[in-house]
Ligand binder design. Sequence first.
Ligand SMILES: Nc1nc2c(ncn2[C@@H]2O[C@H](COP(=O)(O)OP(=O)(O)OP(=O)(O)O)[C@@H](O)[C@H]2O)c(=O)[nH]1
Ligand SMILES: [Zn+2]
Length: 287
Amino acid sequence: MVTGHGRHYVVEAGDGSRITCHTRGKKSDCVVGDLVRWRASGDEGVIESVEPRRNLLHRQDEWKTKSFAANIDQLLVVVAVEPVFSESQLARALIAAERAGIPSRVILNKRDLPGFEAQRRRLDPYVAMGVEVLELTLKHAPDEARARLAPLLDGRATFVLGPSGAGKSTLVNLLVPGARATTAEISHAMNTGRHTTTTTEWYWLDAARSSALIDSPGFQEFGLRHIDPQELAGLMPDIRAHADCRFYNCTHLHEPGCGVRAAVEAGAISESRYRIYREIRAELAPG
Ligand SMILES: Nc1nc2c(ncn2[C@@H]2O[C@H](COP(=O)(O)OP(=O)(O)OP(=O)(O)O)[C@@H](O)[C@H]2O)c(=O)[nH]1
Ligand SMILES: [Zn+2]
C-alpha cells in the first residue's frame, strides 16, 4: 500500500507500520493506493513490483499524464457556494471517474451562504442524472456532516477532489483530526495566505483500517485526452440517455436526426451540459 510520492514512497506494511521505500527503476510508476511487493534494504525499503490495479484515476493533458490514485472505491468532489465552482471542472472529474469505473458523489459545501439556492440549481442536472449531492455546512455544522458522511465512507477508500477554497481542508480535518492542521498553521504563520496540499495522502478513518480518505492537491486543468471522442457521450449519463440518433456514429454536433440535440432543444439535457460536451469533444477531436 503506497502513500505519499515524489522521489520516494511510503509503504504501509500489513501490521500498519510505515516504511520509506524507493523504486528500482528510474521511472516512478507507483501511485497512492497501489498494492506493492517490497523488501527491506537497510532501514528503508525497495519496491519490487506493483500488483495489478483494480482501477486508476488519472488525467491526461496534451503533454503529460498525471495519476491521482489507484484501487479506490469512490470519488467525492467537494464544491462550494463560494468560490463559485466551475461546472466544467466538476463534469470532467465525473467523466474521468466514470471512465475508470469509479462511482462519484458531490458535496455542495457552505449551505449557510446567501448564494446557496443559485449554486444548488446549477447541480440540478447532476442530481437528475443520478449523482448524489450532499448539501453541507462543513464548518458550522460538523456533526451533521460527519453523521451524513459516515455511512457513505464506511468500508470504502474515498478519493477527495475539489477546487481550492471549497472546504477540502475543513472536510479532511473533520474526519481526520489534525491531518492538515500543521501545514495550515505553518502557511498562516508565514503569511502565505493559504496552504496547498502538494502530495496525495492516504488516511485511515478507523482503527480496523477498512475506511480511508485519500486527500489530493486541488483540481488544476483536468485533461481527458485518454478518452476516445466517440466514447465521450457514453461517459456522460444525461447525454448517453438521449444518444438515440439516426447515425450510429453520430457526433451529436450537427447531424440530422440527432437525439441529443433534440433533447437539448426540448430542455431534457441542460444547455450547460451540452456546452461542456462540445467543449471536451473539440479537445479530443480537433478540427
Ligand atoms: N461559510 C462557510 N465557510 C466555510 C465552510 N466550510 C469551510 N469554510 C471556509 O472556507 C474557506 C476554505 O476552506 P478550506 O477548508 O481551507 O478549503 P480548501 O481551501 O478547499 O482546501 P485547499 O484544497 O487546501 O485549498 C475557509 O476560510 C473555511 O473556514 C462552511 O460550511 N461555510
Ligand atoms: Zn446524435
